[in-house]
Write a protein that binds this ligand. Structure first.
Ligand SMILES: Nc1nc2c(ncn2[C@@H]2O[C@H](COP(=O)(O)OP(=O)(O)OP(=O)(O)O)[C@@H](O)[C@H]2O)c(=O)[nH]1
Length: 495
């Protein structure tokens, strides 16, 4: 995953600081140097990194901090806040209204994933009850219209384009007019990809914008763009009124810091990230949960939201009820595997919980992991109802394991491996035990209902240690006033 290395380096730097007996100037400087080095290596723009470091040093004045202050927490908080600041331009993007026609124009470099992202964006809104439509104003790349047409057809989204007309402005205007008449409330205009140096193409982009008067211009940027990102983003911003950014290919292995710097250049928020080639590999982007995940703090609110996305509506209350009772059976695992295979990205779901994604689904090996899941499901098909509905690991004795292996035609060792995986998952999901079940549509409120006991279960153990175990956690919650603030810092709460 993009930025995985950066996240790892920052978490390590924080960990090293936490291991120090006394937090003095040297420990703080070492930690900050480590973090700035990691950010620069990840291609984050130099000036942003420098400012961030200076700001943290201004906030964390060790001499002025009286004894008794939790210096570690103050430093961590400052780092967290500064990272959020880099990614948060301070104003939200234009809010589109369902039912009222909005025109959204997509711009970006050639090959950034613009056309794919247009469809993902349309599909995302369609699932939420919008009536989107796609207009292909990319007359520059042969095949662009075919690509859009194919994607749109697959997603059952109306589209407009032309094989013969070479004027993108004309196509854009005609397409927008047609879909206005058809009462579409989200008209998406895809434009040709271009480079900063291509003045004529920039001019064309400006003309399309003038003619269609978009409510929102979205700049699509490939996460692997590196140091050139800042300048490129600025060039786009100077030509059209970029109002939001989408970063694509976050599933790759790029360093990613360049793309993040682009946010500062456009002064516009990232609204989505692309996490794969498929239509549903697309996530709403929220700064705070993102930075928390980057710092290894986990993101429970995101996890709950993912459950909402991945698990069909009618199964959600039942699943949460079972999880809250600590009943993670093989049948639940089977059903979740089924949902995940239908929806795709299991890694996304589990990366929301601290420390799990690596074990379950190593990055870059999603295909293998999917095959493994299918294999596990075949084995589970040979299980009895009693076995599937039990959460007692002792039930699975040798003769049952042998019978299952025979039934599915796989070696005993494979069945054992599957049961080990189940035990590991059961342990993870058991962290949900005792959580209050939210009412329908109040999933994110779950995190608000947490007390210190619950929170101690979802925090990564090393973090719990850092803040002084249960006692430290309780006093920290008291200090911060409410559990909501705490969750804001560590992973839950409102976004
Ligand atoms: N892995 C991955 N691939 C992506 C993602 N988004 C787009 N792609 C792929 O990136 C390639 C380029 O995407 P396009 O949508 O054709 O790019 P474009 O920006 O429209 O290209 P131009 O029309 O030439 O400007 C395609 O192979 C897409 O499948 C993503 O989030 N992850």
């Amino acid at each position: 995953m993009v930025l995985a290395e950066l996240g790892g380096s920052i978490s390590r730097a924080l960990q090293q600081m936490s291991n120090a007996t006394i937090i003095d100037e040297k420990v703080l400087n070492d930690c900050l140097n480590e973090i700035t080095r990691a950010l620069l290596q990840a291609d984050v723009q130099f000036m942003l990194v420098r400012d961030m470091k200076n700001n943290i040093k201004k906030i964390v004045n060790l001499e002025e901090l009286a004894a008794g202050h939790n210096k570690r927490r103050i430093i961590q908080e400052a780092i967290y806040n500064e990272l959020c600041k880099i990614l948060d331009p301070g104003k939200p993007s234009f809010a589109l209204k369902k039912g009222k026609t909005s025109i959204v124009m997509f711009v970006g470099l050639q090959g950034s994933g613009k056309t794919t992202t247009c469809t993902k964006y349309a599909y995302h809104h369609q699932k939420k009850g919008w009536k989107p439509a796609l207009v292909c104003a990319d007359t520059f790349r042969a095949g662009a219209f075919d690509q859009l047409k194919q994607n749109a057809t697959k997603a059952k989204i109306p589209f407009y384009g032309s094989y013969t007309e070479s004027d993108p402005v004309r196509i854009a205007v005609e397409g927008v007019e047609r879909f206005k008449q058809e009462n579409c409330d989200l008209i998406i205009v895809d434009t040709s990809g271009r480079h900063k140096q291509e003045a004529a193409l920039f001019e064309e982009m400006r003309q399309v914008s003038e003619a269609t008067k978009p409510d929102l211009v979205i700049f699509v940027m490939d996460s692997s763009i590196g140091q050139a990102a800042f300048d490129q983003a600025q060039a786009f911003k100077q030509s059209v009124a970029v109002g939001a950014v989408i970063i694509t290919k976050m599933d790759g292995h790029a360093k990613g810091g360049g793309a993040l710097s682009a946010v500062a250049a456009t002064k516009s928020p990232i609204i989505f990230i692309g996490t794969g080639e498929h239509m549903d590999e697309f996530e709403v982007f929220d700064v705070k949960p993102f930075v928390k995940r980057l710092l290894g703090f986990g993101d429970l609110s995101g996890f709950m939201d993912k459950i909402q996305e991945v698990v069909p509506m009618d199964q959600q209350p039942e699943l949460l009820q079972k999880l809250s009772e600590g009943n993670f059976t093989l049948r639940i695992m089977y059903e979740q595997f089924q949902n995940i295979l239908k929806m795709g990205p299991i890694g996304q779901v589990f990366s929301m919980l601290p420390g799990f994604s690596q074990e379950l689904m190593p990055k870059g090996r999603e295909k293998e992991s999917q095959a493994k899941i299918k294999r596990y499901m075949t084995m589970m098909d040979s299980m009895t109802n009693e076995e599937l509905d039990s959460s007692n690991p002792k039930l699975m004795n040798e003769s049952r394991v042998m019978r299952i292996a025979r039934g599915c035609g796989r070696p005993v060792r494979d069945v054992m491996e599957m049961l080990e995986e189940y035990k590991r998952l059961a342990k993870i999901w058991s962290k949900m035990k005792g959580l209050k079940i939210p009412k329908k549509g109040e999933m994110s409120a779950l995190s608000r209902n947490m007390n210190a006991q619950h929170m101690s279960k979802v925090l990564p153990p090393q973090m719990l240690k850092q803040i002084g175990g249960m006692g430290g956690l309780q006093s920290l919650m008291k200090q911060m006033g409410s559990s909501k603030d705490m969750m804001g810092m560590f992973g839950g709460g409102d976004k």
